[in-house]
Design a protein around this ligand. Structure first.
Ligand code: PGA
Length: 253
């Protein structure tokens, strides 16, 4: 599949941000936006705002949960089941984010269980991977990223990879204002695609969208997106600002 056959994808990870009024301003911005015909746009509000955003969106922008659990229902205080997400009409969930891995202590094993459950429920998983600065400095970027991918490879069939969007987010670039250079990002994206070709299949390698995340802004989006293996972005801080619309535009055909 030529690079151009992969539809661009831009995710907005709103993290633990926003009041009801601020979320309503963001939805208004999205409702006035363009380029949804050529770019898949998905926003991930905090759980408490999911319903508000889902109800207020009038354009083809999808809503993602920032988390889910691997149990269907029951005594799991504070968790969201995939059944609840599907019942609300959601189609996407973000899993494996570095803040869940490194701040909340989620393991590869837990993330793999959640990923499998989400895929079984028919959700698309925005699956985040990425190395920390000391790992990069030690030349362990691929080892870390491939290890994170191995955990889901072990539980997914080849067909199920169609529901995975990979977000490569070097941890040192998240929220720091310093993105990876387009060259460094492309090199890792290329290695991730080669991993998919070798470990899953060429078909999956060709079809899987690999997003870059970590201090993406309107100012650096075009240069990053110009790289052949960067199919879009997962945007944190800038997704809470009007420049999110410029990032979407940078990924439009
Ligand atoms: P950032 O966050 O754009 O604020 O660096 C990216 C992310 O955590 O997904």
């Amino acid at each position: 599949m030529p690079e151009s056959a992969r539809r661009s994808f831009v995710g907005g990870n709103w993290k633990c941000n926003g009041s009801v009024a601020e979320i309503s301003t963001l939805v208004k911005m999205l409702n006035e936006g363009k380029h949804y015909d050529t770019v898949d746009v998905v926003v991930a509000p905090a759980a408490i705002h999911l319903y508000q955003v889902k109800e207020a969106l009038k354009v083809p922008v999808e809503v993602a949960s920032q988390n889910c659990y691997f149990q269907s229902s029951g005594a799991w205080t504070g968790e969201l089941s995939t059944e609840m997400l599907v019942d609300m009409g959601l189609k996407n969930v973000v899993l494996g984010h570095s803040e869940r891995r490194h701040v909340l202590g989620e393991t590869d094993e837990l993330i793999a269980k959640k990923t499998k459950k989400a895929i079984d429920a028919g959700l698309t998983v925005i699956f985040c991977i990425g190395e920390q600065l000391d790992e990069r400095k030690a030349g362990r970027t691929n080892e870390v990223c491939f290890g994170q991918l191995d955990a889901i490879k072990a539980v997914l069939t080849e067909e199920e990879w169609a529901k995975i969007v990979i977000a490569y987010e070097p941890v040192y670039a998240i929220g720091t204002g310093v993105a990876a250079s387009p060259e460094d990002a492309q090199a890792t994206h290329e290695d991730i695609r080669a991993y998919l070709a070798k470990e899953v299949s060429q078909k999956v390698a060709d079809a899987t969208r690999i997003l870059y995340g970590g201090s993406v802004k309107a100012a650096n989006a075009a240069a990053l997106f110009a790289k052949g293996d960067i199919d879009g972005f997962l945007v944190g801080g800038a997704s809470l600002k009007p420049e999110f619309m410029d990032i979407i535009k940078a990924c439009a055909n």
